[in-house]
Design a binder for this molecule. Structure first.
Ligand code: SAH
Length: 348
């Protein structure tokens, strides 16, 4: 029988699990603290537990490894990218970005993705599998341990669609913000979705304080469908309504992400239509000049166009920023390191 993935047990779950194997509940507290505060990799490190208990844990449970396979440090900005190998050989990537206000980690929620967005490198190989809570947490834990840096912010914007892996994602957020673990404030956690409407609504009702980022990328249904196949299932007006609902329920202002693709969605008409779509909404718009992916022939808009687009939206009263580019010299963007690894394996 497979050993149980102990890092995926929530706090209360672990306490009752430990009671279930005949241990007092404070033992459960100690184990949780070793796993989620001290970030232990082995039961043998849990020195305040008896040898017998450590052995008992080791026999039935596993601290699954999220091991570093590659690390790239940007020379341009304080950004590092990590390629991690999971216990079954799946590869995922994460990014650490250091800012004045703290350190932010971008985590993956799935190995691969089945959403198929046209401009996205993660979509190319399809979905391999969902990540467990321990594998999402493990990316952050490993980065803290490797760098010695404390992580204060987390964005779920790596490979995968978090709302296509809802239960694991929800547990991850709960455990990440739990006071018995890293205790990262939910206000410092952002999850990005391509717009899975029923799960946006479900998330709105969970009583969380995380920020929702919605990948918009187009200001009308027709264009959005061309860029994002998921838009055929969940139409633009439904998606906007779900975001309004999220704001209404949580009081958290949504962020809209808009990747500017040269000649596709970056014209003055697009800016006008986007202004109309967002005006009157309490939201933030983040413009991202599209990162070119070698398998795709989308073009980055030139800087002049990006600024003109932003100005137009600003004039129309929209709260807008251009995402500062990070780690472009280290395949910083969107599933590209993982792709390169997959390609290099194919060539061998
Ligand atoms: N599945 C989620 C989160 C992962 S992607 C989502 O769709 O939101 C995080 C963000 O990067 C999304 O807004 C996504 O559309 C965007 N993105 C993906 N590939 C990109 C590229 N090549 N250039 C710019 N942005 C990209």
């Amino acid at each position: 029988m497979d050993k149980k993935d102990i890092v995926s047990f929530g706090y209360e779950e672990l306490l009752s699990e430990m009671e279930g194997i005949g241990e007092k509940s404070f033992r459960g507290k100690q184990v949780y603290s070793w796993l989620h505060e001290k970030l232990a990799d082995e039961f043998s490190q849990m020195t305040n537990l008896s040898k017998a208990l450590r052995q008992k844990l080791d026999d039935a449970y596993e601290i699954r490894k999220v091991s570093m396979a590659a690390r790239q440090i940007s020379r341009r900005d304080p950004t590092e990218k990590f390629l991690f190998e999971l216990h079954d050989g799946s590869m995922i990537e994460s990014v650490l970005m250091k800012y004045d206000y703290g350190n932010s980690v971008c985590v993956s929620s799935q190995a691969g993705c089945r959403m198929g967005c046209r401009f996205c490198a993660s979509a190319i190989g399809g979905l391999e599998r969902n990540l467990t809570p321990s594998e999402m947490l493990g990316q952050i834990y490993r980065i803290q341990k490797l760098t010695g840096e404390r992580v204060s912010n987390v964005v779920v914007m790596g490979t995968g669609e978090p709302l296509d892996n809802y239960d694991n994602f929800l547990k991850f957020v709960t455990m990440l913000s739990d006071s018995h673990g890293l205790h990262i404030s939910q206000r410092n956690i952002t999850a990005s979705t391509c717009g899975i409407v029923p799960n946006i609504k479900r998330l709105a009702k969970e009583g969380l304080q995380i920020t929702l980022a919605l990948s918009l990328h187009a200001s009308n249904q027709e264009k959005r469908e061309k860029l994002m196949p998921v838009a055929r299932k969940y139409g633009l007006s439904e998606v906007m309504e779900a975001c309004d609902y999220y704001f209404e329920k949580t009081g958290r202002r949504p962020t809209f992400e808009y990747s500017l693709v040269g000649g596709v969605n970056d014209g003055p008409e697009d800016a006008k239509e986007l202004s109309a779509l967002l005006s009157g909404r309490n939201c933030h718009l983040n413009l991202i000049p599209v990162n070119t992916v070698k398998e795709r022939d989308f073009e980055r808009p030139d800087r002049k166009n990006v600024l003109a687009f932003k100005n137009k939206l600003e004039k129309n009263g929209i709260n807008v920023t251009i995402r500062r580019e990070r780690g472009s010299d280290i395949d910083g963007a969107c599933g590209q390191l993982r792709r390169r690894y997959a390609d290099s394996k194919k060539e061998k």
